[in-house]
Design a protein around this ligand. Structure first.
Ligand code: JCF
Length: 706
């Protein structure tokens, strides 16, 4: 072998190893720049010596010209589908059939999440990826080798010959091995892809499965390469020169050793009780996984037993898919109406022909805003996909265009507020049309008051939605200030209000006068100012006057052509996580005379009488000057308690991870914040780490993982 060939082989080996560590194990051991350097070296070698450019070279993941069409592939063993079951009884029936078929009392199953993606087949000849295909109809699929090569977790060659390869021809590699798995799109990748498509004005995909299917069906592999697809391997198909182990669990271990990603949620369970327990645990974890699953799969662990049971009509008798209740369903939009939010936005709501989805009957679904209606092109009469997942509000995900009837018509955006009759305006760049009547609109007033009295704002217990509606209707309350002018006898005259409950409400109103600056700020309902931003603003400015002066000062920079966009709102933007959009909302809020009058009245001792303690001097402590972000579920402590603890030691708590974050305090089931912290190299600590920090200060911290 020439020196160049040797070096190329070594580079290929190293690059595939690092690729595997990065994408499959999620644990890279070299910096990206070093990987790039090795990659370029191999590219240059192959340019000088084209004969070294082998199909399993990492430089060949994205290569080749676009195809005209996909060639058919006849599967050497049919790719079976799975029978489904939807209930405990059906699961029990399956288990009984298996046990009776094998004459056993008790059976072991391998349980795994059922990914909502596309089944594919990957054939390796002498350890090198030779062909990749779709399932197709199970007999014949399509040759999508070039597209599958672009998926970074798909091994271009098998890593390790493994122990199960004794009788193979040469060097311990199976002569032929077909590995089957599911290609899917992680949710984060799906959202990123859709965001980019929307920014280019292109159609977005309704769900990750469709997006994955569309990505695999690209004739130009360069397109597929840009999609963040992933794969889990779950089955061996045709093989030659390889002796399978005795159990499916061992097969999966072999797949892992060959370098395939195999889900670490897979477990060996016993009997149908074990299956059911697994099902329930996965159902609970479902929403927190990084990808969509539509159920779980149970497979007989004993491979000899599989042969004994065999198949019926294209599905094995030894496996079954246990499906979760569908989260998406089709139904018809009967009307599109608009509800007025507390900030005056006309929120479009689809009135639907009732449909059972996500375990409930749904007849209304949000369309979010006008931009979304336009982007999804939803019309009255359309058949749409409705989604209801977990506790979230049902939403219209997209239209089934093929089923659009000729009489389908666009929603008519009202020119006047359906509640108060005031004019509706849509500012340039605003995703919503808005009622221009402010708190004079009863709908806006109702929303604003509900927010004002809510637990994390002014916390007025007993002043619920229905009571507020009555107060507004009877003209007793026109603004938050009026709440503080109510008397017990006025309340007692209302529906379902006894004397005692009226007195309780009055006491709660009275009690709420002693508040805190950040709560009051949050209660004002400035668009996009949530609890975290309110707290950061309160801490940064200390007093309402200081905040108002900054807001009115910054407003001048908004329309000043001589100020560069990045230099606008200079004072507000010193506050963590305050960007131009939030800053603009704050400026406009304080610039509105009606809002300034309301604030003055709320603070006037003869009217609202709201007050709060003066800001304390910043606490000095072991965490002074440090910014922490909290994520996940902490053991034995709420996040609020953890934040208070951090602040009592001089630290700052921020809502999102950035380069300025010093530590991420991560509990159980931490998600995107943890990923971001790791990407930015932010130190990640747990509660013990925090306690250690508070004891000794950051200098001596041994838990820092930077
Ligand atoms: O995750 C899946 N969608 C999935 C599909 C998982 C499996 O273990 C499968 C499958 C389809 C067929 N196993 C077979 C045999």
């Amino acid at each position: 072998m020439s020196a160049a060939a040797k070096r190329a082989a070594e580079l290929r080996r190293q690059l595939e190893e690092h690729n595997y560590r990065y994408y499959v194990l999620d644990a890279p051991t070299i910096p990206d720049a070093e990987y790039d350097r090795l990659f370029r070296e191999l590219q240059e070698l192959e340019a000088q010596h084209p004969e070294l450019r082998l199909p399993d070279s990492p430089t060949q993941r994205v290569g080749g010209a676009p195809l005209k069409e996909f060639a058919p592939v006849i599967h050497r063993l049919p790719m079976q589908s799975l029978n489904n079951c939807f209930s405990e009884e059906e699961l029990q029936d399956f288990d009984r059939r298996v046990r009776e078929g094998l004459g056993l009392e008790r059976v072991e199953y391998v349980a795994e999440p059922k990914l909502d993606g596309l089944a594919v087949s990957l054939t390796y000849e002498n350890g090198v990826l030779a062909q990749g295909a779709t399932r197709g109809d199970g007999e014949t699929g399509e040759d999508i080798t070039a597209n599958l090569r672009t998926i970074r977790v798909v091994p271009l060659s098998l890593r390790d010959p493994g122990p199960g390869t004794r009788d193979s021809g040469k060097s311990g590699v199976p002569k032929v091995i077909e590995v089957r798995g599911e290609v899917y799109l992680p949710r984060a990748g799906f959202e990123k892809m859709n965001k980019e498509a929307a920014a280019r004005g292109e159609k977005v995909f309704v769900n990750p499965r469709n997006a994955a299917a569309g990505s695999l069906r690209q004739l130009d592999p360069k397109m597929t390469a840009q999609r963040p697809l992933a794969l889990y391997a779950y089955q061996v198909g045709f093989h030659q020169g390889w002796t399978p182990p005795k159990t499916h669990a061992e097969t999966l271990a072999q797949l892992r050793a060959w370098g395939f990603p195999v889900s670490d949620l897979i477990e060996v369970v016993e009997g149908y009780e074990g299956c059911l327990d697994y099902y329930r645990r996965m159902e609970e974890r479902r929403a927190k996984l990084g990808f969509d699953i539509d159920g779980v799969v149970y497979k007989l662990n004993d491979l000899a037993g599989r042969d004994e049971l065999g198949s019926v009509s294209r599905a094995p008798r030894w496996a079954i898919a246990h499906k979760f209740p569908a989260e998406e369903a089709l139904t018809v939009v009967e009307n599109i109406e608009f509800q007025i939010s507390r900030t005056g936005a006309l929120n479009p709501v689809a009135r639907l022909k009732p449909v059972f989805v996500g375990g409930a009957n749904v007849s209304n679904a949000t369309l979010h805003n006008l931009d979304e209606i336009e982007r999804k092109d939803v019309r009255i009469g359309d058949t749409v996909i409705v989604r209801r997942a977990g506790d979230v509000i049902p939403e219209v995900k997209g239209v089934v265009l093929e089923q659009r009837p000729p009489h389908a018509r666009h929603a008519k955006v009202p020119t006047h507020c359906p509640v108060c009759g005031a004019e509706v305006e849509r500012a340039e760049g605003d995703v919503n049309a808005r009622c221009t009547n402010g708190l004079s609109c009863p709908a806006q007033l109702h929303g604003a008051l509900q927010h004002f009295v809510s637990r994390r704002a002014m916390d007025i217990e007993g002043l619920g939605e229905k009571l507020l509606a009555q107060l507004i209707e009877r003209g007793l309350v026109h603004s938050p200030v009026d709440i503080y002018k109510l008397g017990a006898e006025q309340l007692a005259g209302l529906d379902r209000m006894g004397e005692k409950s009226a007195e309780n409400v009055i006491a709660a109103i009275e009690h709420s006068r002693d508040s805190r600056f950040e709560r009051f700020l949050y209660a004002l309902g400035i668009p996009d100012v949530g609890e975290t931003t309110a707290r950061d603003l309160a801490r940064h400015f200390g007093t309402l006057d200081a905040l108002e002066v900054a807001a009115l000062g910054d407003l001048a920079t908004e329309s000043d052509e001589s100020v560069k966009p990045k230099d606008r709102y200079p004072q507000l933007r010193k506050v963590p996580d305050v960007g131009p959009v939030v800053a603009s909302h704050i400026c406009h809020f304080f610039n509105e005379p009606r809002n300034r009058d309301t604030i003055a009245a709320l603070l006037d001792p003869r009217q609202g009488g709201i007050r709060w303690p003066a800001p304390r001097a910043a606490v000095q402590g072991a965490l002074s000057g440090k910014t922490l972000v909290i994520t996940g579920t902490l053991a034995g402590m709420s996040r609020d308690e953890a934040a208070a603890l951090i602040e009592s030691h001089g630290g700052k708590v921020s809502g999102s991870v950035s380069a300025k974050t010093d530590y991420l305090l991560a509990g159980e089931a931490a998600g995107s914040k943890l990923a971001k912290a790791e990407k930015l190299g932010v130190a990640v600590i747990d509660l013990d780490g925090l306690r250690a920090l508070m004891k000794v200060g950051p200098q001596m911290d041994a838990n820092k993982r930077k």
